[in-house]
Design a protein around this ligand. Structure first.
Ligand code: CP3
Length: 345
């Protein structure tokens, strides 16, 4: 069976048998790559994502170096937030900072429903340019999930506990839900634009859902994820739902109408399959810390996970979260080659 990377990725998402699991990994275009750092030296993050040519080059860097099966558009979950003029910048080594967060209920009124067409067309240009370059490989679009994006708007930075977000929701429930409804529309617009321009799948990053109890998730997060998933233009494409540290939410997650879930290393692949009633394609779950160790350990752990994953059709090799910026390139190569060698095994 000779499959193109794109066919391999699509078949895995369809739960068809493949020669080997497809592989891509989160933050594959990022600071562990010398060619990324070379561009980053003279540019801010914003200058890189807002220039379609530069962003396309960065999206393709890991494909050129490692011939992965899928590329993920180089942008950020917060891209649709820049046009809101609340002072968002992504600072090197720190992450996103919002100068004027939505920390009082009246500020919700100021939130405009942004669209890529009107407010950040550079993303559309990037998707078009990348798709033109990428015929045989899969292309993944993405967005943040509503609760995660709302936590940035309310707290103004990456949260460590979601305390301010929850307090806002409990003090001003109506305004919280109004905010989440607006954010959901913003996300739908971002996903639709990427789908219109022919990405093969989209991933929804719910990075801070781990701070919610199952009951809180049910009220503060899931209804808005569902709203996105029920959008007819979005549901015609495979959707991958990513969260981490959410084993306690797995029953709730199992109710989502998604194609795949991306899991971290706090749960095994077989356990995740079982607890989600075999409903989903599974993506993940190599701990990126492994790649900071030895070649031998990298080979061994990659092999274990890839073998466990491919026991059942419908598995995509990935890390459990974004690759660490100090990862040696040799270990990335070993990981990629180990998965590729399964083809002959
Ligand atoms: O994965 C990829 O290669 C595609 C591009 C991508 C980026 N951010 C580029 C980026 C994706 C998919 C994201 C998603 C994202 N952004 C998430 C969800 C995934 C996760 O890790 O939970 C979140 C929470 C964000 C918000 C964000 N943007 C943070 C917390 C940071 C700082 C983290 C860091 O590694 O410094 C960013 C900046 C960012 N987004 C960088 C990259 C490559 C680093 C920019 C730099 O300084 O060079």
């Amino acid at each position: 069976m000779s499959l193109t990377p794109k066919q391999r990725f699509e078949k895995a998402l369809n739960r068809e048998t493949t020669d080997r699991p497809p592989i891509w990994f989160m933050r594959q275009a990022g600071r562990y790559l010398p060619e990324y750092k070379e561009i980053r030296k003279n540019k801010t993050f914003e200058q890189m994502i807002q220039d379609p040519e530069i962003a396309t080059t960065i999206t393709l860097q890991p494909i050129k170096r490692f011939d992965l099966d899928a590329a993920i558009i180089f942008t950020d979950i917060l891209t649709p937030i820049y046009p809101l003029k609340i002072g968002l910048t992504i600072k090197q080594g720190i992450g996103p900072i919002i100068e004027k967060p939505i920390n009082t209920p009246d500020k919700v009124n100021n939130i405009e429903i942004t669209t890529p067409e009107e407010h950040y067309s550079y993303l559309i240009d990037e998707v078009k340019m990348t798709r033109k370059e990428l015929k045989k490989h899969a292309l993944i679009g993405f967005a943040g999930a509503p609760f995660t994006i709302a936590s940035y708007l309310i707290e103004g930075k990456s949260t460590r506990d979601a305390n301010k977000t929850k307090a806002f929701a409990w003090k001003y429930p109506e305004k919280y839900h109004e905010l989440l409804s607006k954010v959901t529309e913003i996300i739908i617009n971002k996903l639709k634009a990427q789908i219109k321009n022919n990405v093969d799948a989209v991933q929804l990053f719910d990075s801070w859902a781990n701070y919610l109890s199952p009951k809180q998730y049910e009220i503060l997060a899931r209804p808005y994820v569902e709203k996105i998933l029920n959008n007819p233009e979005i549901s015609k494409k495979p959707v991958i739902y990513y969260s981490r540290g959410t084993s306690h939410l797995i029953e709730k997650i199992s109710q989502l109408n998604v194609t795949a879930i991306s899991i971290d290393h706090t749960i095994s692949i077989s356990q995740a399959r079982k607890e989600t009633h075999e409903k989903f394609v599974i993506q993940g779950n190599l701990d990126p810390a492994v790649l900071l160790s030895t070649a031998e350990k990298t080979r061994e752990e990659t092999m274990k996970i890839a073998r466990e994953g491919r026991k059942t059709p419908g598995y995509i090799f990935n890390l459990s979260k974004g690759i660490d910026k100090n990862t040696p390139l040799e270990n990335v190569e070993i990981m990629v080659n180990t998965v590729k060698q399964l083809q002959e095994a």
